[in-house]
Structures are given as C-alpha cells and as structure tokens.
Design a protein around this ligand. Structure first.
Ligand SMILES: Cc1cc2nc3c(=O)[nH]c(=O)nc-3n(C[C@H](O)[C@H](O)[C@H](O)COP(=O)(O)OP(=O)(O)OC[C@H]3O[C@@H](n4cnc5c(N)ncnc54)[C@H](O)[C@@H]3O)c2cc1C
Length: 92
C-alpha cells in the first residue's frame, strides 16, 4: 500500500518520496559528521519538520497493523504535549 500524502510539505523527509521518516531514521549514522542541531533530545515520532509527528501506516518502518497505529497515535499525543512544553517527558 502507498501512502496518500502528496499534500505533505516537501520539508518533511520521506523515503523515496513515500513513507515519512522520523529524525531518528535520518540521524542513524552520527559518524557521518552530521549532528542533531538542537540541544534537546529528538522525540520518538518526530519528523524532519519541527512539530510534525508521524504515526501509523504513513510512517516508514511501522508495522502496518491497527494495534501499532493506535499505539503510535496515543504516543504522539504525549510527544506533542512534550514538544509544546519544550521539556522532558512527564507521566500523564
Ligand atoms: C485490506 C487490508 C486488510 C487489513 N487487515 C488488517 C488486519 O486484519 N489486522 C490489522 O491489524 N491490520 C490490518 N490492516 C492494516 C490496518 O488497516 C492499518 O495498519 C491501519 O488502518 C493503519 O491506521 P492508520 O490510522 O495509520 O491509517 P489509516 O487507517 O489508513 O487512516 C488514515 C486516514 O486518513 C485519511 N486521509 C488520507 N488523506 C487525508 C487527507 N488529505 N485529509 C484528511 N484525511 C486523510 C484516510 O481517509 C484514512 O481514513 C489491513 C489493511 C488493509 C488495506
């Protein structure tokens, strides 16, 4: 299945212009010399566009199952809240 995300800004990195990549997928090889530009840690489902998160089938590497999509959706809420606070994770 292909994701229908032609509307998505080109500033959100995708694999072969299809599934959305997380920053964690982009910065896998620190030895390349490229460094994470922010002082805070990258958030789990964060994409290359600040404040945009990828959850479920649209995310590159997701398991393409309902339970996975629901879990990532729920996780995204916490991550967005964390992103907006600009702080460390807290229990809900
Ligand atoms: C035939 C088939 C059988 C499957 N069987 C199973 C199974 O037995 N068990 C299982 O666990 N998983 C199964 N899956 C996988 C499961 O359906 C997906 O993993 C799950 O639905 C992913 O959820 P999602 O929210 O990420 O994406 P989706 O469920 O695809 O939801 C994305 C939603 O976004 C909407 N949308 C798209 N573009 C826009 C836009 N521009 N603006 C607004 N809305 C938009 C779409 O209409 C859609 O409603 C099956 C998938 C298929 C295709």
């Amino acid at each position: 299945m292909q994701p229908h995300i032609d509307w998505l800004e080109s500033s959100v990195a995708r694999e072969d212009r299809e599934f959305v990549l997380r920053v964690a997928d982009l910065w896998v090889d620190e030895s390349s010399g490229e460094r994470w530009p922010l002082t805070r840690a990258r958030l789990m489902l964060e994409t290359s566009k600040r404040g945009v998160f990828a959850a479920g089938d649209v995310r590159h590497g997701s398991i393409k199952r309902v339970a996975g999509a629901v879990g990532e959706g729920a996780r995204s809420i916490l991550l967005i809240s964390q992103y907006l606070r600009g702080s460390e994770p807290r229990d809900p």
